[in-house]
Design a protein around this ligand. Structure first.
Ligand code: TMP
Length: 231
């Protein structure tokens, strides 16, 4: 039986470049010989992707904050059972674009449902599964949001889809201010797990920082050499 793998999550405001950085890290880990699973939330399973449509589409009107939180956890419970736990059991490094810290930052802080509710639901619905490492990408909130809005408009126009992923981007500046505060509070509470990475540099600079963090925090074969080479 293979050794249990590692669970690494990427977090941050919309538009901080999480997905790009996750792809780059996945490539480096694969080159170093690791088995890697790349996935995301909400989504990551057929059911989760359907939940994602409902939760992110700007056409979804009148969704209450509690229902929104329940959707995020429904997607996550399915995702853990179908993808994350089997990946870890098979010895893979599971890279996940957002996890429960997103719910704590967006629904707990942004929607003001509170951290306790999120953490309790995480215990009940997710078996309290904790990432081995969380990369929190921190950047200028307004610049990140503008970037996310431009990207989503581009995708909506070019795909010709009847749905979009713009519902959160329509939130106010103060909402995203609370989300960012929520993230920083989590990082302060759990400094052993959550590492803040300054995402204001070029993608290559940010990638280098992330490889250093992963290499420093997790004993992964073949990665230290990569840090050296990239310098
Ligand atoms: P993204 O896939 O582009 O990062 O977008 C996902 C959106 O969903 C983003 O605006 C954050 C939001 N979200 C929550 O509000 N709570 C959650 O638990 C998760 C996973 C995402």
């Amino acid at each position: 039986m293979s050794r249990r793998g590692k669970f690494i999550t990427f977090e941050g405001l919309d538009g901080t470049g999480k997905s790009t950085q996750m792809r780059k890290l996945a490539a480096v880990l694969r080159e170093a010989g690791h088995k890697v699973v790349e996935t995301r939330e909400p989504g990551g399973t057929a059911t989760g992707e359907r939940i994602r449509r409902v939760a992110l589409d700007s056409g979804t009107s009148g969704l209450t904050p509690l229902a929104e939180m329940a959707l995020m956890f429904a997607s996550r419970a399915q995702h853990i059972a179908e993808v994350i736990e089997p990946g870890l059991a098979a010895g893979a490094i599971v890279l996940c674009d957002r996890f429960t810290d997103s719910t704590e930052a967006y629904q707990g802080n942004g929607r003001r449902l509170g951290s306790d509710a999120v953490r309790e639901l995480h215990r009940v619905l997710c078996g309290n599964l904790q990432p081995d490492l969380t990369i929190l990408m921190d950047s200028n909130p307004q610049a990140s949001l503008n970037r996310a809005r431009r990207r989503n408009q581009r995708v909506s126009k070019s795909s010709g889809r009847s749905h979009d992923e713009n519902r959160f981007e329509q939130e106010t500046r103060s909402f995203f201010g609370r989300v960012r505060e929520g993230y920083l509070a989590i990082a302060k509470r759990e400094p052993g797990r959550v590492v803040i990475v300054d995402a204001r540099g070029t993608p290559a600079q940010t990638h280098q920082k992330i490889v250093e963090v992963v290499s420093g925090k997790l004993a992964l074969a073949g990665l230290a050499r990569r840090v050296h080479h990239a310098r």
